[in-house]
Ligand binder design. Structure first.
Ligand SMILES: [Fe+2]
Ligand SMILES: [Fe+2]
Length: 449
């Protein structure tokens, strides 16, 4: 039975969300520490602190869902565009203009940039609302899928509202915005400015935007923390995980039991699959196919649980790939292909940090390896690939061929099996391919747990 804390798992998994947002790793964790320090100042109760803690940690759970739309609207790299947005006061027209000049179709011709600029300018308010709404709604729903409290989910939905009503998605003002959401909104901006320019800049930006972006009372409490506080030392990378663990109220620690771990794997599969319309339900289907193969091969139940979680999370590293590459309708160039080939490396890096997922981090990161050693990202030959890794590889290819891609239609089942049959014994493990072929025509049981 697992006794790991939910906060330990989620603080490690929050690195995946930082990648998607284009923020330095640890952004969500540091925002969490800043918000919890503010909670100390406000003398919040343990219940309030627990709800707030998870809202801060999972604030970007919806970040992948608007990535494709950001890429489409700006015509560039969604992660750069998202990061750039937080570095400016986008409600100030001069800064908004500077932002647009920097991020609107940066690689386009002057005419292309002008066209896109004009489109964005005429639909600015509705585009902003759409982008925030997608992210906030999805974030709240992912939080619910994780099984955290409803006030936590509501805070995530409203964290981009501003005190004077100029925020999104509803344009709520003052006390209409839940307190936790006001704290999350302030903490994330403070963290970004701390990371960019240091402690004084974090304090200054909150003071400067008080009454517009931020609740003036909260801004006052935050600025009263001052630049000499221990908080700023705790934000350093080496001490971050311990500091986050200490920030959770001890009276309200939530254990990550087996069913909670399944929920976490499923919730992050939703985050991954929301990144592109072409990967909709991919992780869930790979888990269902992998589980069916394992059943056919007689894999023991306990191993199947591990396999399903590895399958749900196998592409978590894809959150590092910009949508201009993921959704590109044509052939990828060499640099773009390099970025794609690195995604299993990020899967490993993310899962290896999570105590209860680290034991399948390697297997999950081998899902593009081939038994002839011609796969990526390590080029490991068959002898180095476990049964789990081999099953994941077959299930991944099966679903990738069965689903549409930006550059081709979905393939019929006979064609998919024929291609996989050609790879039997060269790219894919023959035992696994035989099991897959045996179950391919059966209805799959959803891996949704
Ligand atoms: Fe992959
Ligand atoms: Fe995949």
């Amino acid at each position: 039975m697992s006794t790991v804390k939910l906060s330990t798992v989620l603080s490690a998994m929050s690195y995946a969300l930082d990648l998607t947002e284009g923020q330095p790793l640890g952004h969500a964790g540091r925002s969490c520490l800043i918000g919890m320090r503010l909670a100390d100042q406000l003398r919040l109760s343990p219940d309030d602190r627990s709800d707030l803690f998870y809202a801060l940690l999972m604030k970007d759970a919806g970040c992948s869902s608007n990535a494709a739309r950001v890429s489409q609207l700006f015509g560039g790299d969604d992660q750069n565009a998202k990061r750039g947005l937080w570095e400016r006061d986008w409600r100030n027209w001069r800064e908004k203009l500077a932002y647009a000049l920097e991020y609107v179709e940066p690689a386009g011709s002057p005419l292309q940039r002008l066209r896109r600029f004009a489109t964005l300018a005429t639909s600015s308010r509705s585009s902003n609302r759409e982008l925030f709404e997608i992210r906030c709604d999805r974030g709240a729903n992912i939080a619910r899928a994780l099984g955290v409290s409803e006030p936590t989910a509501v805070a995530i939905r409203s964290m981009d509202e501003h005190w004077d009503g100029g925020g999104y998605p509803e344009g709520l003002r003052r006390d209409q915005i839940p307190l936790y959401a006001r704290i999350v909104g302030l903490s994330q901006v403070a963290e970004i400015f701390w990371g960019l320019h240091g402690t004084d800049a974090a304090l200054e930006v909150i003071h400067a935007r008080r009454g517009r972006w931020f609740d003036p009372e909260l801004a006052r409490a935050f600025c009263a923390i001052g630049s000499g506080d221990r908080l700023w030392e705790c934000l350093r990378a080496e001490t971050l995980p311990d500091a986050i663990a200490r920030a959770e109220p001890v009276e309200r620690v939530i254990p990550a039991d087996e069913s909670r771990l399944d929920r976490i794997a499923h919730a992050f599969a939703l985050v991954v699959d929301a990144k592109s319309t072409f990967t909709y339900q991919h992780s869930d289907r790979v888990a269902a196919v992998a589980d069916a193969i394992a059943g056919q091969m007689g894999v023991p139940d306990v191993e199947r649980v591990r396999l399903r979680r590895a399958a749900l999370l196998h592409d978590v590293g894809k959150l590092s790939v910009p949508n201009r590459i993921l959704d590109k309708p044509g052939k990828l160039d060499a640099d773009e292909w390099d970025v794609v080939r690195r995604h299993p490396h990020f899967t490993y890096e993310i899962l290896a940090r999570v105590p209860v997922f680290s034991d399948f981090a390697y297997d999950a990161s081998c899902h593009h390896e081939r038994i002839d050693g011609q796969g990526y990202h390590r080029g490991v030959p068959g002898e180095g690939l476990s049964e789990t890794a081999r099953i994941l590889a077959a299930a991944d290819v099966f679903d990738a061929l069965s689903a549409a891609r930006p550059y081709r239609e979905a393939m019929p089942l006979e064609r998919v099996l024929s291609i996989i049959g050609e790879d039997r014994g060269t790219h894919l493990c023959p035992v696994t391919v035989d099991a897959l072929t045996a179950v391919a025509y059966r209805p799959l049981t959803a891996a949704t747990i």
